[in-house]
Design a binder for this molecule. Structure first.
Ligand code: UD1
Ligand code: UDP
Length: 370
């Protein structure tokens, strides 16, 4: 392939803070690149606000695929990208994280013989009931360059037979974005904006295991109300579960406020000043780890165990949430905590260095396509 064009594919909210530092670093190196947004997420607060706040270039193409079942959404992503990749003939397609846009782009590129870079490779929850786990495993099998954010990812990829020469331990580009914007996260402003005076907890909830089934939603609401019994709770709610959680009574506690999803800067301002965060988000487990905010993850497992061993995260069940939250609020924040290796704000630069060498045909020996 003679082209040196790099195409980045983004689609959902967590993709944007991962892509921004990679795009910036490649731009500084003068690498030719284009940005495709699949449109998997499309609300202003779920997508467009990130382009404004993170100084991402406007997408060269927006496929506008929108919502749908897994098969329909992934098929729309694949159909749109196939046409685009055939026309643009990139040397490399860069995909981020574990969403349907990630795996859709990887399958299309692989079948067209286009090389794939996967940013955030090798994370594993070993829980195949999560669609993201399937997306991770498939994407990593197809990728030619695999950028890992934590050491456990290297082990998982090795166990799955991925050749070590394709894997690069680079740190975490989502944390690059966090550190680059730290001065903009204004906890005092967030308190004023949300009328918060005392202790408060921020919650984000969108996993199918918490919000899709009415019984799970009812249990979740009970758990969240038990937190609201001890502190103010602000829930910038992902659209996925809104109707079901409202039907289950989430909005009916006078110390729990449900609001629309927040912009990245406003959200992390609110998180920065919180006494604790309750979440089922992947990215939020990582961001709280760096901000030093206790994170209670309402999941049975995590693909990000490094945020437990090196951060502020712990897994909790819905049944124990109220009790654990009261313990965490009494204990207060730790004065000091370990930080995962290479989460230092320079991952985008490391990734760009490898990508530039690859597209210029200077990849290190053993990094070619299988
Ligand atoms: C997706 C990812 C998930 C990620 C999450 C981040 C997959 C399989 N899942 O889940 O890994 O953690 O994004 O937020 O890719 N909706 C809107 N407006 C939008 C986007 C979605 O109203 O801009 C609503 C629609 O009702 C849609 C639902 O949210 O059906 C779910 O959206 P979808 O992208 O399918 O999955 P997420 O739950 O957002
Ligand atoms: N986020 C945001 N506004 C919100 C909630 C989250 O900007 O109201 C950001 C959060 O800081 C992180 C990203 O969205 O950067 C995480 O996305 P999400 O939780 O949707 O996906 P996941 O990481 O679980 O795949």
């Amino acid at each position: 392939m003679s082209s040196e064009l790099v195409i980045h594919v983004t689609g959902a909210r967590p993709n944007f803070p991962k892509a921004a530092p990679v795009i910036r670093a490649l731009g500084a190196r003068g690498v030719a690149q284009e940005l495709v947004h699949t449109g998997q997420h499309y609300d202003d607060a779920m997508a467009k606000v990130f382009f404004r706040q993170l100084a991402l270039p406007q997408p060269d193409v927006d496929l506008g695929v929108g919502s749908g079942s897994h098969a329909r959404q992934t098929a729309a992503i694949m159909t749109g990208l196939e046409e685009l990749f055939l026309a643009r003939r990139p040397a490399l397609v860069v995909v981020y994280g574990d969403v349907n846009s990630t795996v859709g782009a990887a399958i299309v590129a692989a079948k067209l013989g286009i090389a794939i870079a996967h940013v955030e490779a090798g994370l594993r929850s070993f829980d195949r009931t999560m669609p993201e786990e399937i997306n991770r495993v498939v994407t990593d099998q197809l990728a030619d360059l695999l950028f890992a954010t934590s050491p456990d990812a290297l082990t998982h990829l090795g166990n799955e037979g991925v050749r070590a020469g394709k894997v690069h331990f680079v740190g975490n580009p989502m944390i690059d974005t966090l550190l680059a914007n730290l001065d903009r996260f204004d906890a005092d402003q967030a308190r004023r904006d949300h009328g918060l005076n005392g202790d408060y907890v921020v919650a984000t909830l969108h996993r199918p295991s918490n919000v899709d089934d009415p019984d799970d939603a009812a249990e979740l609401v009970k758990a969240m109300h038990s937190v609201a019994d001890i502190a103010e709770v602000v829930v910038p709610l992902h659209p996925r579960g809104r109707a079901r959680l409202e039907a289950a009574g989430l909005f009916s506690h006078d110390r729990l406020r449900v609001i629309d999803p927040l912009g990245y800067v406003e959200f992390l301002g609110l998180v920065r000043g919180a006494n604790a965060v309750v979440t089922d988000s992947g990215g939020v487990q990582e961001e709280t780890t760096i901000l030093g905010v206790p994170c209670l993850t309402l999941r049975a497992n995590t693909e990000r165990p490094v945020t437990i061993t090196h951060g502020t995260n712990r897994l909790v069940t819905r049944a124990e949430l109220g009790f654990v939250a009261s313990q965490v609020l009494s204990a207060g924040r730790a004065a000091d905590w370990p930080v995962p290796p290479l989460w230092d704000g320079r991952a985008g630069e490391r990734i760009a260095e490898v990508i530039e060498a690859y597209v210029h045909g200077k990849g290190a020996a053993g990094e070619g396509r299988d």
